[in-house]
Ligand binder design. Structure first.
Ligand SMILES: Nc1ncnc2c1ncn2[C@@H]1O[C@H](COP(=O)(O)OP(=O)(O)OP(=O)(O)O)[C@@H](O)[C@H]1O
Ligand SMILES: [Mg+2]
Length: 214
């Protein structure tokens, strides 16, 4: 059964494309047939895919803008959908029609948290979310553990009924690997042990939290 994951936060630069590419790469390593789509005009995910070495597990690109209904190709196991800053209204609604999970990356800054709060409230009113047909979770991005900002993000999220699955630390490794069409999850395990531990709760949540595809 195909599953679709939307990565969204209307706040720009919150880590959507970083999160999308990492999830796609991880599922590709699990030998899933992965499609990475991008409803962003920047097409960040597609540019990244073009850089991806042929020796890395394959991720297929999914050009959603080509087809109105945008069905994923037959045989797709996991579809990861990156989205643009400012996603709202009809475009958000359309994206939500085709997904089982929404993962929201949030930076630990006051501006980002305030902006995300509006988005959390919007999502909470979506029928498929209320009916638990779509599961929603938050990931702290560029949050170093045991810092004040990590504590503030945790406290902020307690006001919403949303799980903070994990926090991903701030490191140039993310910037450098993305530039090469890779992710940290494509690098040797020996170099990324700590980081893999940070990704694991999100991966577990996606794997265990199976929804009936609508
Ligand atoms: N954990 C991290 N550590 C260091 N840098 C990071 C991390 N996550 C993301 N970045 C950097 O932060 C910037 C924004 O990340 P990204 O492009 O993933 O956000 P985005 O939400 O897709 O942005 P946009 O809204 O413009 O699409 C990028 O330069 C990226 O390399
Ligand atoms: Mg992006």
């Amino acid at each position: 059964m195909m599953r679709s994951i939307l990565i969204a936060n209307p706040k720009g630069g919150s880590g959507k494309s970083t999160l999308s590419t990492h999830l796609a790469a991880w599922f590709a390593w699990q030998e899933e047939a992965v499609m990475l789509g991008d409803i962003d005009v920047q097409q960040s995910s597609r540019h990244w895919l073009a850089m991806r070495p042929a020796s890395s597990p394959q991720i297929r690109s999914w050009n959603i803008n080509d087809e109105e209904k945008a069905h994923t190709p037959k045989g797709t196991g996991i579809a990861v959908l990156d989205s643009p800053a400012g996603l709202h209204g009809k475009q958000l609604k359309q994206a939500l029609m085709r997904v089982d999970h929404v993962v929201i990356p949030v930076l630990p800054s006051a501006f980002d948290m305030w902006a995300s709060a509006d988005f959390f409230n919007t999502l909470a009113e979506v029928k498929a979310v209320r009916r638990e047909q779509i599961s929603v979770a938050v990931v702290g991005m560029r949050v170093n553990p045991r810092t004040q900002s990590a504590a503030q993000l945790t406290e902020f999220l307690q006001k919403f009924e949303l799980p903070l699955l994990t926090c991903i630390r701030d490191t140039q490794l993310y910037v450098q690997s993305i530039q090469r069409g890779l992710t940290l999850l494509d690098l040797p395990v020996s170099r990324t042990k700590q980081d893999r531990l940070q990704w694991q709760p999100l991966l577990d949540w996606l794997v265990s939290n199976k929804r009936q595809h609508r």
